[in-house]
Design a binder for this molecule. Structure first.
Ligand SMILES: [Zn+2]
Length: 319
């Protein structure tokens, strides 16, 4: 079986593993990112992790088809980090491919972390059996990944898939990117909490009382625990979130006409209630014939999706 080394770079942890072409994932290893010590230090940690994985495998580096890595932000075609990774100061401007190839003799393929996750879903998860998918990762922010004709779509500069920053409301809620009204400001865990605390000022319900008294303790999970109880405030937040998310989904459907839209990330722990409500709003925002031919489903890949997708990048590109 052909294998690659997968690296999933996060703000606090770098996760590495050996990935087989059937989706088997072994030797999972985590090391601290060391983001506060700058881009060169992060790259050095990545390279040490690759060395450790090769040692653990007991094989020669040359037996791997290559290294794949997923990272926050954008990876240019030559392996230069072009930005978009604010949680990794100094990572922008780092050349990733050349040093790894120099040290290990392996080719490298990198992509945005959610783009890597989209590849994992396409090959091994909720995207199996179709060619065109769009993934939304609803976490602290909203990330995106696109696959068309069975391949991930990176865009010319590795910047495609920033669907979390589709503006769904003119002069709307403040987004982390500096603009207003991005879908991220409504459909991320952070956005959900902000809406709950904000609406609690005028809403009356058991959850509103809590959110008003102790706003710092509100979490998106708490919002969805109260959605399950039918709480008026929680339902108002939920509907606003799903309406805004559906505007972005509708835009994407009209643009790409995918087979499936896959919703994942921590917020989707709430499950079917979000899918069901999104299905009531999305038809308002796209062409009916396109909507009818697209499924909206929950992501299937678990916490290893990032590292698995990273390894799959190399397996797709170099086999
Ligand atoms: Zn934004």
């Amino acid at each position: 079986m052909k294998t690659a080394i997968g690296i999933d770079l996060g703000g606090t942890t770098i996760k590495g593993a050996i990935i087989g072409e059937t989706g088997v994932c072994t030797h999972i290893t985590r090391v601290p990112t060391g983001a506060d010590q700058g881009g060169r230090h992060v790259l050095s940690n990545i390279m040490d992790l690759i060395g450790e994985l090769i040692n653990k495998s007991g094989r020669d580096a040359s037996s791997f088809v290559g290294v794949g890595f997923g990272t926050p932000g954008f990876v240019g075609a030559d392996g230069m980090i072009l930005g978009g990774a604010e949680n990794l100061p100094g990572w922008k401007g780092t050349q990733v491919y050349a040093p790894i190839t120099e040290r290990f003799g392996l080719r490298v393929s990198g992509a945005n972390d959610v783009t890597s996750v989209a590849l994992a879903e396409l090959k091994f998860g909720a995207g199996r059996g179709v060619q065109n998918i769009v993934c939304f990762a609803l976490g602290t922010g909203v990330g995106g990944g696109i696959a068309t004709d069975g391949k991930i779509y990176k865009g010319t500069h590795g910047m495609a898939g920033e669907i979390g920053h589709i503006v769904v409301e003119t002069d709307g809620a403040q987004c982390t990117c500096g603009r207003k009204g991005c879908v991220e400001a409504y459909a991320s865990a952070t956005g959900i909490v902000k809406m709950a605390v904000d609406f609690a000022k005028t809403e009356t319900s058991p959850f509103a009382a809590i959110a008003h008294e102790t706003p710092a303790e509100v979490t998106s999970k708490m919002v969805y625990d109260y959605v399950a109880k039918g709480d008026a405030l929680a339902m108002k937040v939920h509907h606003r979130m799903c309406d805004m998310l559906s505007r972005a989904i509708g835009t994407i459907l009209d643009t790409l006409s995918p087979d499936r839209v896959i919703l994942g990330g921590g917020v989707m722990m709430a499950g079917d209630v979000i899918i069901d409500t999104v299905k009531t709003y999305t038809p308002k925002y796209c062409w009916p014939a396109i909507y009818e031919r697209c499924e909206i489903v929950i992501a299937q890949m678990g916490e290893d999706a990032g590292v698995l997708g990273a390894g799959a990048l190399a397996l797709e590109e170099f086999v």
